[in-house]
Design a protein around this ligand. Structure first.
Ligand code: PEP
Ligand code: MN
Length: 338
């Protein structure tokens, strides 16, 4: 349930109302926007007298929220969320470009790619140190050694860094090396991991599960927010369908649905969505057009030698060309690029 406050409701009156709701054992979330101030109420609302609340001179309206996700719900927080990662902002005014290799393979590989993507205009460096591979015999990632390279690359280039964590142990290690954490598709409903990510104090990107509905995805994001972390963005990375021509099926309509349902920023990953290098640039343009807040793309200095996801990785030069081509698209949707 949300309580929309009257425009002339003072801060003292707001606080008094919040305290009285909390005294019934309910939790509240105060959202102050340019237009309206809203109190989101979570818990068993039967303890409240709704008619009395509607008649309260401080209250403009009381609206039920039927969705099971509350904190991520746009009804609770009508304005778009934005948050800072190191020195870059993810939100409605920017187009955030996250780029880097699928996996961190060596110090030299990561530094080469980091310098290149920085020069082309990326603001976040991606790279996996813990790789969730389909086969247990495939390269599993350099783990802590890779995280050390990530930290060095971030320090040298000034790029913010993002790494996937695949377990509680990886989370514990990664928090001291990277600026932002990624929960991958395979862990989208690993609820114990989501709870701890909620408590870790780092911004997080939650990728869509392989076959997750948008509601399941938003409930997964709610786990993170309900555990204290407001700095969450979502990443559409394609879903499993009957179509096999591309690795997954990129659901660009999900960006539009999410923009209605949630205030959280939305990133699109055309690399994992298609598995095809040639499709990355056109789908990046499409993602910008439908209102994504950024993209994550895989870039490799030598894709033909990559230990994972070479076929979908852009070369550094292709990434640079893409960055130049998307500038007018960013201008059209009034978003800043670095
Ligand atoms: C990744 O981004 O490295 C990755 C493994 O992606 P996903 O979880 O979307 O498959
Ligand atoms: Mn990959």
């Amino acid at each position: 349930m949300i309580i929309v406050l009257k425009e002339n409701c003072t801060i003292e009156q707001q606080q008094a109302l919040v305290s009285s709701i909390q005294s019934h054992g309910l939790s509240t979330n105060l959202s102050k926007g340019d237009q309206v101030t809203i109190i989101g109420v979570i818990g068993d609302k039967s303890v409240l007298d709704i008619d009395q609340l509607k008649a309260d001179p401080r209250v403009d309206n009381v609206i039920p929220v039927t969705e099971s996700y509350k904190l991520v719900n746009r009804k609770f927080h009508p304005e778009d969320t934005e948050f800072t990662v190191k020195n870059t902002v993810i939100g409605p005014n920017n187009l955030t470009i996250m780029a880097g290799p699928c996996a961190i393979e060596s110090e030299e590989q990561l530094m080469t790619i980091a310098r290149a993507v920085k020069a082309s205009g990326a603001t976040l460096l991606r790279g996996g140190a813990y790789k969730p591979r389909t086969s247990p015999y495939s390269f599993q990632g350099l783990e802590e050694e890779g995280l050390r390279y990530m930290k060095e690359a971030g320090e040298e280039t000034g790029l913010a860094t993002i790494c996937e964590i695949t377990s509680l142990k990886a989370l514990e290690t990664a928090v001291s090396y990277v600026d932002m954490l990624q929960v991958g598709a395979r862990n989208m409903q690993n609820f114990e991991l989501l709870k701890e990510v909620g408590k870790c104090g780092k911004p997080v990107m939650l990728k869509r599960g392989l076959a997750a509905t948008i509601d399941e995805w938003l409930n997964a994001a709610e786990y993170i927010m309900a555990n204290g972390n407001p700095n969450v963005c979502l990443c559409e990375r394609g879903i499993r369908t009957y179509e096999t021509a591309t690795r997954n099926t990129l659901d660009l309509a999900a960006v539009l649905v999410l923009k209605e349902k949630t205030h959280l920023p939305v990133i699109v990953d055309p690399s994992h969505a298609t598995g095809v290098r040639a499709f990355v640039k056109p789908l990046t343009k499409s993602a910008i057009a439908v209102g994504a807040d950024g993209v994550m793309v895989e870039v490799h200095n030598r894709p033909e030698c990559a230990l994972s996801d070479g076929p979908q990785s852009l070369t550094c030069q292709q990434f640079d060309e893409m960055m130049q081509e998307i500038r007018p698209y960013a201008d059209l949707v009034k978003r800043s690029l670095a």
